[in-house]
Design a protein around this ligand. Structure first.
Ligand code: NAG
Ligand code: NAG
Ligand code: NAG
Ligand code: NAG
Ligand code: NAG
Ligand code: NAG
Length: 350
């Protein structure tokens, strides 16, 4: 389990071009126990600043939150470079100079567009949703089991697509080199709308990897039960489904939920998998509010809740350290609280 795939080369060899990409090399091996320690590197994005209010933050009005600042490597950059090109040079340089056990990556964390389950929770109110409606597949007119995105959710994903297109044109933003997506339909759809229309490089095409553990908190709600592998493959034939992905959803359990500490443990498991196997620096992960909150906890990032369809990048430092991490024993799912009679609709407030 080793993070660092980038050979420390002479740092003078780094040219300040917008296209420079480190070449992957084989990972050295650790013989003693080692684990990956994550931290967020603050000071580069509005979202890592305590003064930024998540509820009113608009990633499309703020260049994805990239702070307009100078970097120690700016003197190597062409004056015509955009903020994103200068930032890319800075991050590439960090990686070249950081030694074999430290790796920096930028993860664009995107939440799916509005799904039918989001609409139903608002319609019924959270208490009635949690205890009665969420454990059903739908109500006869709306289906929210493995919820699809609504027309509003499609529009939110299109905003993300249009914003990426504008950043490519105006900022020459580094494009994701790898894409990861939750196996739930709302994320499979959102990633497709966001990235399938962009002018991507043939070197890094949009072929996302579907990863089981980037799914939402496994709550016992039918919206968090995924489709089978055959369905996912048929609906999104160009997606790559990770090795070992089971045909049926083996993690969902009716009326039982994963506990939050276990969600963080499995988030770290999937992040260790990604950081330990992917030599790329610029990654996209399309996931969920609860799961992104968990990923941010693993990274030591401040809490930052995303609106449906929103995207935030985070700069993450991953360090391979020797030793054994604190206990990661998982506990059984717990029974969720339900009610047997249909609650009345919330009273409309005027
Ligand atoms: C941000 O807030 C957290 C929690 O209140 C605090 O621990 C942390 O030091 C703050 N960070 C900065 C840079 O002020
Ligand atoms: C940086 O400046 C640009 C151009 O003035 C602006 O569009 C962008 O929102 C600024 N970014 C932040 C994070 O304030
Ligand atoms: C900066 O980059 C632009 C566009 O690539 C190029 O036309 C220009 O010659 C460069 N300037 C310098 C000083 O390298
Ligand atoms: C089902 O729920 C949706 C909101 O999710 C609501 O608009 C619709 O009226 C409900 N249908 C019935 C039959 O109550
Ligand atoms: C992917 O998105 C494109 C563009 O919005 C759309 O035309 C296509 O039908 C979508 N494919 C799937 C499988 O949803
Ligand atoms: C997979 O799911 C689809 C519908 O979502 C269903 O029609 C099909 O029978 C399932 N396949 C298997 C092998 O269970």
């Amino acid at each position: 389990m080793l993070v660092k795939y980038i050979q420390a080369v002479s740092w003078l060899a780094v040219t300040c071009t917008a296209n420079w990409t480190p070449s992957p090399t084989s990972a050295p091996e650790y013989t003693s126990p080692a684990y990956i320690k994550y931290s967020t590197v603050p000071g580069f994005f509005l979202q890592d600043d305590n003064a930024t209010v998540p509820g009113t933050f608009d990633y499309t009005a703020t260049n994805f939150g990239l702070v307009n600042r100078t970097y120690p490597t700016n003197h190597e950059c062409n004056d015509s470079f955009t903020q994103w090109q200068k930032f890319k040079h800075f991050v590439d340089t960090l990686n070249v100079r950081s030694g074999k056990d430290v790796d920096y990556k930028i993860l664009f964390l995107g939440r799916h567009g509005e799904g039918y389950h989001n609409v139903a929770e608002s319609y019924y109110g959270t208490p009635a949703w949690n205890c009665y409606w969420s454990i059903r597949d739908g109500n006869g007119t709306s289906v929210w089991a493995d919820a699809k995105i609504t027309p509003n959710g499609v529009a939110q994903a299109q905003i993300a697509a249009d914003f990426w297109a504008s950043r490519i044109k105006l900022q020459k933003i580094p494009l994701p080199q790898s894409y990861y997506v939750s196996p739930l339909t709302r994320c499979l759809q959102t990633a497709n709308i966001t990235f399938s229309q962009l002018p991507l490089s043939p070197l890094n095409p949009f072929v996302p990897t579907v990863k089981e553990l980037f799914r939402e908190g496994i709550s016992g709600h039918t919206c968090d039960r995924r489709g089978n592998k055959t369905y996912i493959h048929n609906a999104f034939p160009r997606y790559h489904i990770e090795a070992g992905f089971s045909e049926e959803d083996l993690l969902f359990k009716p009326l039982e939920g994963e506990v939050p500490t276990d969600q963080d443990i499995r988030s770290k498991t999937v992040l260790d998998d990604v950081f330990g196997s992917d030599s790329h620096t610029w990654l996209s992960v399309t996931s969920h509010s609860g799961e992104i909150a968990s990923i941010l906890r693993v990274f030591g990032h401040r809490p930052f809740s995303l609106n449906t369809g929103a995207v935030i990048p985070v700069l993450v430092k991953a360090e391979t350290v020797s030793g054994t991490p604190a206990s990661t024993a998982m506990v059984p799912y717990t029974t969720i609280s339900t009610c047997s009679t249909q609650p009345s609709l919330p009273t409309a407030t005027v």
